[in-house]
Design a protein around this ligand. Structure first.
Ligand SMILES: *Cc1c(COP(=O)(O)O)cnc(C)c1O
Length: 368
């Protein structure tokens, strides 16, 4: 069907400033392209931003998760409780670390792992779990207080997948800085980018040391010829870190703009029966995605597409229903319901006023 309007509002639009381009140019001119001083600076600045003592840059968010697991010595024979409603990288990292992901259902309202479901899942494993890995999905902080208690009660570590939640806060704390380790992704669709990239943050010097060694062929910290463990090459290059340092400066403004856009969308939805996303008490949602719920999801998506408004479904299939996992024993009705009803609308920080009003007008028209 042909577009009814001339609008074309993309779901995502990464933006690189002139400063970032100059900084990349400077790295290219330096000839120091791989991991080096620029990466160290980016790590220090990122750790300062989230409020942790340590940060270890990696070449993407998946390898950040893998390195955090290695840093916390979670591997073969270990059980990690996680959400079935996430990007598949969450579960893949657990599997690739040699551990077994077990899926606990989510909360229908926030789409985040539900502490009650985590408790049931732990009980079903006779209390014998090694880690809990919540995801702050769409930039909405998970219920960290209860998850931290559950982890402590069962002598398990808590690893935050904050790949979608740069700049989000829970209570006064940045997400990623609450558990034993936190992981971020800098893929271009995320709240800040380095092209490809990731970061592990932690307050634990030993965890940081092991993660850093793991991403660098298992090298000893100050002795490149000694390999203490089997490791990978998951290093971030200086070129990417140069972009990341500038993006990090802009992140608070990006998140503020996302929140303003989200507020406008929530206003537009108030008169409809589409469920707007919620911001839990004491949380600062970073709106990586603005994700609504409606039984008429496919129709809404098609209508908005006719209006030239880009939307996305994150995620149409829960992880335990993917062929790579295919676990029929998982009881996750909320995750399955969400997979059928969620739709993400444009909320990115570079939406112009006219694009934003095109989205709200489109919603009014489609639902009116
Ligand atoms: C993007 C993402 C990842 C993986 O990050 P990459 O940089 O793409 O490897 C992990 N978990 C979640 C929840 C993500 O959204």
């Amino acid at each position: 069907m042909s577009k009814q309007t001339a609008v074309d509002v993309p779901l995502v639009a990464p933006s690189l400033s002139e400063t970032a381009k100059q900084r990349v140019r400077a790295v290219l001119d330096s000839g120091d392209l791989a991991a080096g001083e620029v990466v160290r600076q980016f790590e220090r600045e990122f750790a300062d931003f989230v409020g942790t003592d340590h940060a270890v840059a990696t070449n993407n968010g998946t390898t950040a998760l893998h390195a955090a697991l290695a840093g916390l010595e979670i591997g073969a024979g270990d059980t990690v409780v996680t959400t079935p409603f996430s990007f598949i990288a969450t579960a893949n990292a657990i599997r690739l670390a040699g551990a077994d992901p077990v899926f606990a259902d989510v909360d229908l309202q926030t789409a985040n792992i539900h502490p009650d479901a985590v408790e049931r899942t732990i009980a079903a494993h006779d209390g014998d779990i090694d880690a809990i890995m919540p995801v702050h999905l769409y930039g909405c902080p998970a219920e960290m207080d209860r998850l931290r208690e559950l982890a402590a009660d069962h002598d398990a570590v808590l690893i935050e997948d904050a790949a979608q939640a740069h700049g989000a806060r829970y209570g006064g704390d940045h997400v990623g800085a609450i558990g034993d380790a936190g992981c971020f992704s800098f893929y271009p669709t995320k709240n800040m980018t380095t092209g490809e990239g990731g970061m592990v943050v932690t307050d634990d010097a030993e965890v940081a040391r092991r993660a850093r060694s793991f991403i660098n062929h298992g090298r000893a910290p100050d002795d490149g010829a000694t390999h203490e463990r089997v490791g990978h090459n998951f290093r971030l290059p200086n070129i990417a870190a140069a972009i990341g340092r500038v993006q990090l400066q802009r992140l608070p403004d990006f998140v503020a703009a996302r929140r303003d856009n989200a507020a406008a969308l929530t206003d537009a939805l108030a008169a409809t029966d589409i469920a707007a996303p919620v911001e839990p008490d004491d949380s600062y949602h970073s709106y990586h995605q603005y994700t609504v719920r409606t039984d008429d999801r496919d129709a809404l998506q098609a209508s908005l597409d006719d209006f030239g408004i880009g939307t996305g479904v994150y995620y149409p299939t829960p992880i335990h229903r993917q062929p790579a996992y295919d676990d029929q024993t998982v009881d996750a009705p909320a995750a399955e319901r969400l997979a059928d009803t969620v739709l993400s609308l444009p909320v990115h920080p570079h939406l112009s006023d006219s694009e934003l009003s095109a989205v709200t007008t489109g919603i009014d028209y489609v639902t009116g």
